[in-house]
Design a protein around this ligand. Sequence first.
Ligand SMILES: *[C@@H]1O[C@H](CO)[C@@H](O)[C@H](O)[C@H]1NC(C)=O
Ligand SMILES: *[C@@H]1O[C@H](CO)[C@@H](O)[C@H](O)[C@H]1NC(C)=O
Ligand SMILES: *[C@@H]1O[C@H](CO)[C@@H](O)[C@H](O)[C@H]1NC(C)=O
Ligand SMILES: *[C@@H]1O[C@H](CO)[C@@H](O)[C@H](O)[C@H]1NC(C)=O
Ligand SMILES: *[C@@H]1O[C@H](CO)[C@@H](O)[C@H](O)[C@H]1NC(C)=O
Ligand SMILES: *[C@@H]1O[C@H](CO)[C@@H](O)[C@H](O)[C@H]1NC(C)=O
Ligand SMILES: *[C@@H]1O[C@H](CO)[C@@H](O)[C@H](O)[C@H]1NC(C)=O
Length: 355
Amino acid sequence: MGVGGCLVVPWRCLVVLCLRLVFLVPAGVPVRSGDATFPKAMDNVTVRQGESATLRCSVDNRVTRVAWLNRSSILYAGNDKWCLDPRVVLLSNTKTEYSIQIQDVDVYDEGPYTCSVQTDNHPKTSRVHLIVQVSPKIVEISSDISINEGGNISLTCIATGRPDPTITWRHISPKAVGFVSEDEYLEITGITREQSGEYECSASNDVAAPVVRRVKVTVNYPPYISDAKSTGVPVGQKGILQCEASAVPAAEFQWYKDDKRLVEGQKGVKVESKAFFSRLTFFNVSEQDYGNYTCVASNKLGNTNVSIILYEETTTALTPWKGPGAVHDGNNGTSRRAGCIGLLPLLLLHLLLKF
Ligand SMILES: *[C@@H]1O[C@H](CO)[C@@H](O)[C@H](O)[C@H]1NC(C)=O
Ligand SMILES: *[C@@H]1O[C@H](CO)[C@@H](O)[C@H](O)[C@H]1NC(C)=O
Ligand SMILES: *[C@@H]1O[C@H](CO)[C@@H](O)[C@H](O)[C@H]1NC(C)=O
Ligand SMILES: *[C@@H]1O[C@H](CO)[C@@H](O)[C@H](O)[C@H]1NC(C)=O
Ligand SMILES: *[C@@H]1O[C@H](CO)[C@@H](O)[C@H](O)[C@H]1NC(C)=O
Ligand SMILES: *[C@@H]1O[C@H](CO)[C@@H](O)[C@H](O)[C@H]1NC(C)=O
Ligand SMILES: *[C@@H]1O[C@H](CO)[C@@H](O)[C@H](O)[C@H]1NC(C)=O
């Protein structure tokens, strides 16, 4: 856009030729460029993409001609615009200052700009470097991934920006682990279930706030039964057998009594399965219900099982003040002890009556 509109002269013969054209410098007069003392231009100009850059050149009343160049292209010579780029405007052309402005700066505007002046028939130049900064932007990020435990993954996060952004990967959930990579790539070999969760890529440079994107890593593993207990229930009471399993994807459960599969809708028994557990509810336990139950948890990676017993508990009849909830767990010492304490006075009474 800018180039097309400007008068382009091949670089090197460049400034000299341009200045001769503009100022009609006599041939043979050497052009001293880079004379830092005069004319005075500013130090490097740093602007963000989209902002305006002002290029200032200080002059004095000995100066007869002035021009601003972009590399070898003349942008302005005096009040005359040599460039068609509408973003380039003259800001001031006075006895003390000759300034232009470049609006809506983009990365291709970065580079050296030259202020050229002619004083006492001597052209002099001074250079300012326009530096364009760009906020970080993540242009490529891995999609969410599902991997079997033990597998390898490679996550990618590519970002652009000026200066080049720093890229980091962090493991942020289920519990924040912190930095796992200070690089565009995050490689994990032999992934474990603890390494599942959300990973965050952050791209930062000094120009703007860091940008972040997240990737969800799902680590699949076969079921593992974490809890299942045998339970004692008296006849005529409500009884519950529960089996807890962790697995990804979530386990599917099946119950067997001895070798017979228990199906849903069986009379008097409710089978209830959620993502992490399965529960058998006996509404009114009868003698036939007691026995050996096997809970099988399975997903696409495998299966496991555990056998638990629904056994007859006789003591609870003597502790009617306890709700049925207290007797579900045969392993709960509290309810058993309560039962024993209840037995003791009866036993004493029995002994006393015998004598
Ligand atoms: C400066 O020159 C570069 C390279 O020719 C060009 O891409 C850019 O548009 C120019 N910028 C201005 C403001 O003239
Ligand atoms: C101006 O920018 C140029 C190119 O990026 C660099 O070489 C130079 O050191 C900078 N000068 C100052 C004073 O920052
Ligand atoms: C995972 O990476 C290790 C080491 O680079 C390699 O030995 C193994 O074969 C890889 N496993 C898979 C499933 O690609
Ligand atoms: C439980 O079943 C027994 C025998 O079938 C019956 O006598 C009793 O009333 C039932 N109890 C309840 C609470 O349904
Ligand atoms: C329950 O059944 C399983 C599988 O049929 C068996 O391995 C286990 O020994 C049985 N448990 C008891 C206490 O009988
Ligand atoms: C329970 O697991 C054992 C050993 O892993 C296996 O032999 C058995 O068939 C399983 N039982 C059921 C009902 O899946
Ligand atoms: C045992 O029972 C007591 C009182 O009923 C209860 O507070 C406790 O949580 C139970 N313990 C277990 C392991 O279920």
